[in-house]
Each structure stands twice: as C-alpha cells, then as structure tokens.
Design a protein around this ligand. Structure first.
Ligand code: FHN
Length: 599
C-alpha cells in the first residue's frame, strides 16, 4: 500500500481542546465522543445458533452465521419469522443510548448478508417485504432519533454482500467474479440503495463503511469508492464518512474519521478524528452463548483512554429476536450513563492534554476549554487506592482551583505546587466506585514541560527507552515475546546514549537499579551514569537463561535487575540523568530500564 502525505483540505483549529486537524463537518464528532453501534438484522433471529449448532468460527460473530454455517438464502430469510414484530421497538434502542450518555447511533442498515432494514426500492431483499406488519426499521429509528435528539448514522456493507449475484460474497477466491460483474452489483445495488438512505431518512450524520482492507487488496476500485464518496457529498454535504470506505486518511484527506480495528483501543494521539468500534462482550450481533462481559469500569476506561488521545468510542448492542438487549448490557449502560451524568465533563468536548498520556500511573488526563474560557485538566483516577497524596507532574504553573468531582457537590481539594509538581491531598474515601475525577482549573492554558518523567505511586521513577528527553522511535524496540515473559527491550550492539529529565520536589534518596539481558561471561561492555557530578559505572554481567513456563519445555533469556548505587538529591529541582551503554556487535545487550527507587 502506498503512503501518501496527509494534506487536509479543511483544517479547523478547535478551541475546545487540542485536536487540531478537524474539518467543519466533524466538529460535532470530536465533541460528542461516545456513540452507540447497533448490529441487528435477520441474523438476530438465529441468536448465534443454527439447527442446534453454534455459529462456526472461533470469533463467535453471530451476524456471520449465514456465511459461517453455510445457510441457503431461502432458509436464511425464514429467520424473519422468528423476529417478534410485535415487540421490536427501535425507540427503545434510542432511549437506551440516551440513558448511557451516548450522543449518536450507527445501525447496520445493511450488513454483509445484503438484507436491507428499510423499504428499499432497489432490492426486494428488505425488511418491508419480510415483516408482519410491514415495517421500515430505518424510518422508525430515524424518527425516534429525531424525537430524542440523537444523531443517526448508517452502517452500509458496500464491499461485501452475500445476496447479490455479482457482489463479493467472501468466496470469490473459488468462484471467479470479474470486475465488470462486480461493477454491476455496485451500480445496481450499492449506488441506488445509498441514494435511498440519503434521501428518505432526514439528516444522516455519518455513513459507516466496513471494508477492513485497503481497496488495493480487494475487488473494489478507487473509482467506485470515489463515486460513492461524491454521491454522499452531493446529497448530504454534512454527512461524515469513515476510513473503512477503503480509502485511508493518508490517501484521501476528504475522509472524515479513521476507524481503528474492532475493539482496538487507541495507543497514539492523533490530531484528526478517530474512533474505536467496540463490543460489550464479543459478538456484534446477538449471541445467546455470550458470556465474557466487559465491566463498567473497563468500558469507562476504554472511553476515557480514547478521549485522552483525541479519540471516540462507539459501543455496540446486539438486540435479540424480540429487539431487546440482555440485562448485562442494560446494567452496564445504566452505570456508564450514570457516571457520565456527573463526570461527563472530562469526556464530552474534551480531548488530549499536551503531556504524554502514559505519564502517570494513577490514570489518564483529559483537557478542555469551556464556554467561559476556563481551562480544565481532568485527572481521571483509575487507581482505587491512590494514597493520601497524588502527584501530577508536568504542569509548570499553579492551578487556580482543584476540585474532586462527586455526585453531591464538588469537593475542594488542598494542594501544593512546586515548579512542575502539583501534590493533591486525597480524601480517605473516594466518592466513585468506578473512576474518580479531579479537575484542575486554570485561567489560561497551562504551560507544560513535556520532557519530565513522573514519579510512580510509591515514589519511584522508571526511566526507559521511550521516555527519554529526545523522542525515541518505538519501532526500533524489540516487542515482548513468549506471552510477555520476555519484556520489551532495546538491543544495543555498539553504543547508545540516553538522557532523562526529572523534577525532584523534596530532598530525597534513591536506589539506582537497572534491568537487562546479557549472554556473555567475559566482557568489556559497560554502562555509565552521570547525575550532577556523581558517576556510576557498571560492567554488564551474564544473566543466563530461565524456563519460560513450568513443565512446558521452553527456555528464555533472563532479564535481571542489578543495583548500581545510591543517589541523594539534597535540593528540590530539575535533574538530568545521563546514561551511556557501550558494547560491541559480538556482545549485544538487551536493555530494559533504569529504576530510581525512592528510599
Ligand atoms: O465483519 C464485520 C463484523 O461483522 C462487524 O460488523 C464489525 C464491526 O466493526 N466489522 C466487520 C469486521 O471488522
């Protein structure tokens, strides 16, 4: 796949938070942050089981049952009789979204099975023809969304369609399909159906395509995708389009937001809009065998985690054959909505702060500027036992106010500020069982020092390859291996110099330890450290091997920790730690970290 530099045509510098590459259309999207995904269709009548057999394939995606269990079309359509048309009520889905604090809904108007959930004039294979009484689910949903102030988006499976004779049905590797035939499907079904969806259901906030490969790797041509995109732009200019159209954000600056992989949470901060589609358990469509429900805390952490990197979360429900959703979902959505009612400030209209989001170990930071021009940095505390004093490193000016948010009223917190560290006095009992939020209030956007390494909960600092003063390229690191028993490390075959910056807010003494793997017994490889005028030197020692997993007969390189000495900081202030590692290609070192443990 070719990489083309990003040239964004419509650039809007948001003054709400720090996300800078957002076009006019997508302003609402980066404010709303939290949406509902709905997977519902004929497959919901099967509920993950066909003729007594569970859906085949280990991912248990119940909406794939027609394809996985090789169900003939005429039998599959019979599932429409299992759908309980008296009970199915799309308004209930909208009310659930609202209660959960979600601001938009994306529904599978047509999933891969090719069955349209509206009265489609371009294909008989639609809900109107197979419901009793005749229903247009998209009409009902769009009306309910309008009534309750929720934005509506349509999921449309454009690439894959298991119904149309000339579409891609995931088995064309065996059964040949020409580009000309595929284009027939495109012009006969995709384009006319898209016209219907964009004409008959009022304002559509987004079209969510689901081609998880770049178009180069599929039968779809760029020309077809551009045709589709132009159609949407001409019929509903405000409607957003996601990157699973098949054109990446890099290739086409006119794509509005990037969709990460299924359940793939953000790892990096992006300045353009992006979103994770996620499930509460695993399957998207209702699966009666589902049993791995994510907790409310983990849902909140996923949402906050994405917002702390400028991202959105769209969380899925799979209603069953009578349109209702399991209690497990209702419970979690109630709890999430209840949390957002009180702490939603840190999520809605908020985004990434200017410090690294993994700087602190107590949780994650989000940021916003409110309507009155006040700036808020939110400390979303995931740690349920953060201790009496919680330290925030990196802001170099004192906040005007520090409040712990709570369901009753804000609790003003005592705090002290020392150049780059804000120390907050945390009450013995925290108000929230899921995630607690402290807001730091400033009149102006606070200045930061992005180079600092923060103190861990128990007073130590872990200095590694990724938090040095100069940015280090993560791709050069060895990833963890063997189920994580070999930790991530940087391999040094010659020499490497690293520098870190810390701020010590009180006189203190630290032990210095380092962890590495080294497989030579006699060597001149060494590590040296300089802090102020003090030097530490260490000759690398043989660390050997160890058994990776008891009784499983595999052996891994050992990473051991070695004490280098002690360092005393007599005065508060900024300090630079310089480390040099020297070896040669015959004696490579896999270095992990330098630990400064407060005594
Ligand atoms: O195959 C689909 C799957 O059924 C589901 O719709 C998800 C949602 O993101 N998208 C596809 C896989 O990535």
């Amino acid at each position: 796949m070719k990489k083309i530099p990003i040239i964004f045509s419509l650039i809007f510098i948001s003054n709400i938070h720090s996300q800078s590459i957002v076009n006019e259309r997508a302003k609402w999207f980066v404010s709303d942050r939290f949406g509902m995904f709905i997977h519902w269709g004929l497959y919901s009548g099967a509920e993950g089981i066909w003729k007594g057999e569970k859906v085949r394939y280990d991912n248990d995606y119940a909406e794939w049952i027609q394809y996985r269990n090789q169900i003939e079309k005429n039998e599959y359509i019979g599932l429409s009789k299992r759908l309980d048309w008296k009970k199915i009520d799309p308004e209930q889905w909208v009310l659930l979204a609202k209660k959960a604090g979600m601001k938009y809904i994306t529904i599978t108007a047509k999933h891969h099975d090719g069955f349209a959930l509206w009265n489609s004039k371009s294909s008989n294979y639609n809900v109107y023809n197979y419901s009793n009484p005749k229903r247009d689910i998209m009409k009902e949903l769009s009306e309910a969304c309008k009534k309750h102030g929720i934005k509506l988006g349509f999921y449309y499976s454009h690439w894959t369609d298991w119904e149309h004779q000339y579409s891609w049905d995931n088995s064309k590797e065996i059964f040949w399909l020409s580009s000309k035939e595929y284009d027939r499907y495109w012009q006969e079904k995709v384009i006319p159906q898209m016209k219907e969806l964009l004409s008959n259901y009022g304002e559509i906030s987004l079209i969510w395509f689901d081609m998880w490969l770049h178009h180069d790797e599929t039968i779809v041509t760029k020309k077809q995708l551009i045709q589709l995109k132009k159609l949407i732009r001409s019929m509903q200019p405000n409607c957003l389009i996601n990157s699973r159209l098949g054109l990446s954000m890099e290739e086409d600056a006119d794509v509005d937001f990037r969709t990460l992989g299924d359940n793939e949470l953000g790892k990096y901060k992006y300045d353009y809009p992006w979103q994770t589609p996620a499930t509460v358990a695993h399957s998207w469509g209702y699966n009666s065998n589902e049993n791995k429900w994510k907790s409310t805390t983990s849902i909140l952490k996923s949402l906050i985690g994405n917002v702390s990197l400028n991202g959105n979360l769209m969380l899925n429900i799979g209603p069953n054959s009578n349109g209702s959703v399991p209690y497990e979902i209702i419970k979690r959505f109630d709890e999430t909505g209840n949390w957002l009612n009180f702490y939603g400030k840190s999520v809605y209209n908020s985004g990434a702060f200017d410090l690294r989001n993994d700087l602190h170990d107590w949780g994650l930071t989000t940021y916003k500027k409110d309507k009155n021009g006040k700036h808020y940095v939110f400390l979303n505390i995931f740690d349920t036992n953060p201790g009496k004093i919680l330290k925030f490193t990196g802001i170099t000016e004192s906040p005007q106010n520090v409040n712990l948010l709570s369901k009753k009223s804000k609790i003003n917190l005592e705090f002290s500020f020392n150049k780059a560290v804000i120390s907050l006095k945390i009450p013995e009992k925290l108000p929230d069982p899921y995630v607690n939020v402290v807001e730091l209030e400033f009149d102006n956007k606070p200045e930061v020092d992005v180079k600092l390494v923060a103190e861990k909960k128990y007073g130590g600092r872990s200095l590694n390859y990724l938090n040095t003063i100069t940015y280090q390229d993560k791709s050069l690191m060895n990833k963890s291996e063997r189920y994580g028993s070999v930790p991530p490390n940087i391999e040094i075959k010659d020499s490497l110099n690293m520098k870190w910056k810390i701020f010590v807010d009180k006189p203190s003494v630290y032990n210095l330890d380092t962890s590495y793997n080294f497989q030579k017994k006699i060597t001149d490889a060494f590590l040296s450290i300089k802090i102020n005028d003090k030097y530490f030197k260490h000759n690398f020692c043989y660390t050997g091997k160890t058994v990776g997993e008891p009784n499983q007969n595999w052996i891994i390189d050992r990473f051991n920790s070695f004490r280098l000495g002690q360092i005393k900081f007599e005065f508060p202030g900024y300090y630079i730690i310089e480390m040099k590692i020297k070896t040669n290609p015959q004696n490579p070192i896999k270095w992990q970290w330098l630990w400064m443990g407060k005594i």
